[in-house]
Design a protein around this ligand. Structure first.
Ligand code: KIV
Ligand code: ZN
Length: 513
């Protein structure tokens, strides 16, 4: 058995299924480029048949990514599979990932199909896909809760039809490590042609065991592919987290004895990019990528680390891409220096007009903030007004007044399409007043379900505030992110960014629907 462990990243597909995490085509492309720098083996770019937007995103990623395999999800039917193949047609390495549920519960209640019908459909789908693309992954959805006898029958048949990867999802996060590992081992032993495919694990985190289960699937079960997401993003409690599983395999090479292709120094930049794009903030005590992951507060620990860092550190911060905040640019930096820094950070802005827009924002920021850090540049490049030509709502100006003992007032000037609006309101605080002012004009009726502020760079009140706003409307949940040294302005930007996402009415078929 090979000792190469394949890292299959599904941030852009399963991760994006997280309520509010939907991303635009350009955002997805930017993240795909970062995943390529991270050297993940496979990027699951989306679910091409679920919407035109997803089709376009998969296609754009297939057109641009050269080093990683690009994959699209497809239900086990000819239409989905053809759509996936069409979106992937320019990828140097393409994979179709087709799936159908195999647990009694899903077959009976969701699909309303018999075992024999599911068996035939799985076989037929893999046969059809194999005529279009050479690299085919098959997943029996809710595989871990499926009858092993039936599962063996299906898996043997799909491998015979040409499936090259067999992925066993713990769709609802029900597994525990030892049992999941044994489940995979048992399937591999019982399926006669199991050696013709790579076995893969796909674990959800409902009981907080997705990483442990995935590692058990590798160690006990002999799987050689792990499906995971940056920051563990994903539906409900999320998926197996890439940074944790990768660093576990790397740090405990003595135990796992596996080879990885990942450039771990790209982990923290990838984590930041996903968090800034989706508005899903990383908790400070999150392993590897949390702000406190390498911070030592207690005197005893600090003393130990200063004497010999391995007294309390099992990984080096720089190996996962943490660098001390670096002042990179300032007010006097020119466009070329700015452009070069964008390139060094791996931020490929699509066109010269995007670089110009980002540079104008940079100059504006440098006027107000003397030190510009890498994090500021990343936030700036993610700003919708730089990257999105279809931005419908745009903030032009904001003023607010607050004084002890008086009710704060705010005035906001913004555009909606071609129309310019000016609106004023009071509120409990300046943020409340600003958002109420916008709402007083637009009357969107969207419900604010989350509001959070973070400092982009730590250690100074000069830092930019990064605000996340989550809105719910008509059954949809969207996140908007805005950054500015003034958190009231950042809040208004975030609110308008969320409204832009609601405005871009995405219609999508649920992957597990
Ligand atoms: O969790 C799951 O079952 C999935 C499949 C579509 C692979 O994401
Ligand atoms: Zn999943």
């Amino acid at each position: 058995m090979t000792d190469q462990l394949i890292i299959f990243d599904t941030t852009l597909r399963d991760g994006e299924q997280s309520p509010g995490a939907s991303m635009t085509r350009d955002e997805k492309l930017r993240i795909a480029r970062q995943l390529e720098r991270l050297r993940v083996d496979v990027i699951e770019a989306g679910f091409a048949a679920s919407s035109n937007g997803d089709f376009e995103a998969v296609k754009a990623i297939a057109n641009h990514i050269k080093d990683s395999t690009v994959c699209s999800l497809a239900r086990a039917n000819d239409r989905d599979i053809s759509r996936a193949a069409e979106a992937l047609k320019n990828a140097p390495r393409a994979r179709i990932h087709t799936f159908i549920a195999t647990s009694e519960l899903h077959m009976e209640k969701k699909l309303r199909m018999t075992r024999d019908q599911v068996f035939e459909q799985a076989k037929q789908a893999v046969r059809f896909a194999r005529n279009l693309v050479g690299d085919i992954e098959f997943s029996p959805e809710d595989g871990y809760r499926s009858d092993p006898d039936f599962l063996c029958r299906v898996l043997e048949a799909v491998i015979a039809e040409g499936a090259t990867t067999i992925n066993i999802p713990d769709t609802v996060g029900y597994a525990v490590p030892e049992l999941y590992g044994e489940f995979i081992r048992n399937l591999r032993q019982r399926v006669p042609n199991s050696d013709k495919a790579v076995w893969s694990v796909h674990c959800h985190n409902d009981l907080g065991m997705a990483v442990a289960n995935s590692l058990a699937g590798v160690k006990i079960g002999g799987a050689r592919q792990i499906e995971c997401t940056i920051n563990g993003l994903g539906e409900r409690a999320g998926n197996c987290s890439l940074e944790e599983v990768v660093m576990a395999v790397k740090t405990r090479k003595d135990y796992f004895d596996l080879t990885l292709g990942i450039d771990t120094s790209q982990i923290v930049p990838a984590s930041r990019m996903v968090s800034q794009t989706t508005g899903f903030v990383v908790q400070p005590n999150k392993a590897v990528v949390g702000a406190n992951a390498f911070a030592h507060a207690s005197g005893i620990h600090q003393d130990g680390v200063l004497k010999a860092r391995d007294t309390y550190e099992i990984m080096r911060a720089e190996d996962v891409g943490w660098s001390a905040n670096k002042i990179v640019l300032g007010k006097l930096s020119g466009r070329n220096a700015f452009k070069q820094r964008l390139q060094e950070l791996g931020i490929g802005l699509e066109s010269e007009s995007e670089v110009n827009a980002a540079f104008a924002r940079f100059k504006d920021l440098a006027d107000r903030k003397s030190e510009i850090f890498d994090e500021d540049i990343i936030a700036l490049a993610s700003d919708e007004s730089v990257t999105s030509e279809q931005e419908h709502y745009r903030l032009l100006a904001l003023s607010q007044h607050s004084e002890t003992g008086e009710r704060p007032q705010a005035s906001v000037v913004f555009t909606a399409g071609e129309v310019e609006y000016k609106a004023s309101s009071d509120g409990n605080g300046p943020v409340d007043a600003s958002l109420k002012a916008i709402e007083s004009r637009l009357n969107t009726g969207a419900e604010l379900v989350l509001y959070s502020v973070n400092a982009i760079t730590s250690g100074s009140t000069e830092s930019q505030g990064e605000v996340t706003v989550r809105l719910q409307h008509g059954g949809r949940v969207v996140n908007g992110v805005g950054a500015d040294p003034d958190i009231v302005v950042a809040s208004a930007k975030a609110y308008l960014a969320a409204l832009n996402k609601l405005h871009a009415k995405l219609e999508r078929v649920a992957a597990q629907g």
